[in-house]
Design a protein around this ligand. Sequence first.
Ligand SMILES: [Zn+2]
Length: 305
Amino acid sequence: MSITRRDFLATSAVAAVGGTLARPALARILQGQPAQAVFTPIRRNVGFFTMRGGTIGYLMDPAAVVVVDSQFPPEGKACLDGLNERSKGRGVDFLINTHHHGDHTGGNISFRGAAKKVVAHVKADEHMRQPPGAQAPTDQLYPDTTFTETWNAEVGGERVRARHYGRAHTSGDAVITFERANVAHMGDLMFNQRHPVVDRAAGATLRGWMTVLDRAVADHANDTIYIYGHANTGLPVTGSSADLVGFRNYLGAVLAFVEAQVKAGRSREEVLAMRDPLKGFESYGRFGQANPRDVLTCAYEEVTS
Ligand SMILES: [Zn+2]
């Protein structure tokens, strides 16, 4: 893939403020400006797109276009427009969803007529059609191809794999791997040094999540580049297996912390009122307000169930 001047400038502008995407994005949000569409190449025709919502991954080689996740409808459209401009309108061979959440699938509708196939784990498909605790969108482009463990495709010069390693952030998470580029999109299995959303209503489990991260690391090369669903302010949305291991250890530390509080006789209210950063994981910041999808609430319910 050739890097256009606009790509180069966008990437350089990002690099100039310290190799991060979130800081300029945050500044724009604070100034009330819309988020900017940015395409960032990683390697061998694979890159990532950021605007608003979970990070989108893409493959654009001379013979194929693959998109992983779709953000929200306007952002999905901006991504598709940018890819069409660069690929001379050759369309999208596969749109693959990492899981069902709206900030990753809301933009699917913008790919209607452009995406030849839409792929997701069977549970992600089910949850897109009937989201636990949420409203299904009135108009949506749903998956037409589902899998339970692994799905593969040879597309252009690349081999793409989607694999489910077990219940974690939801019960339908998949890691999408571009095998020849050696790049893997983790979806929301990876929050880079940021407290995660834990969707217990959709089958999430913190202990399962730790196992899934171990399995994902073991199933990839040492030098695989991973794309993350989200990152804390100022931190990158790509990185190495060291980040995955760090996040796995954080999940273990949250469970151990809550277990110790319960053993010490603290009530549910007392535990969920705790806000101070976790010792050893201060970069994640303070815990947020208790809610059904926050990490402390989910850890408490998992430890006491
Ligand atoms: Zn999610």
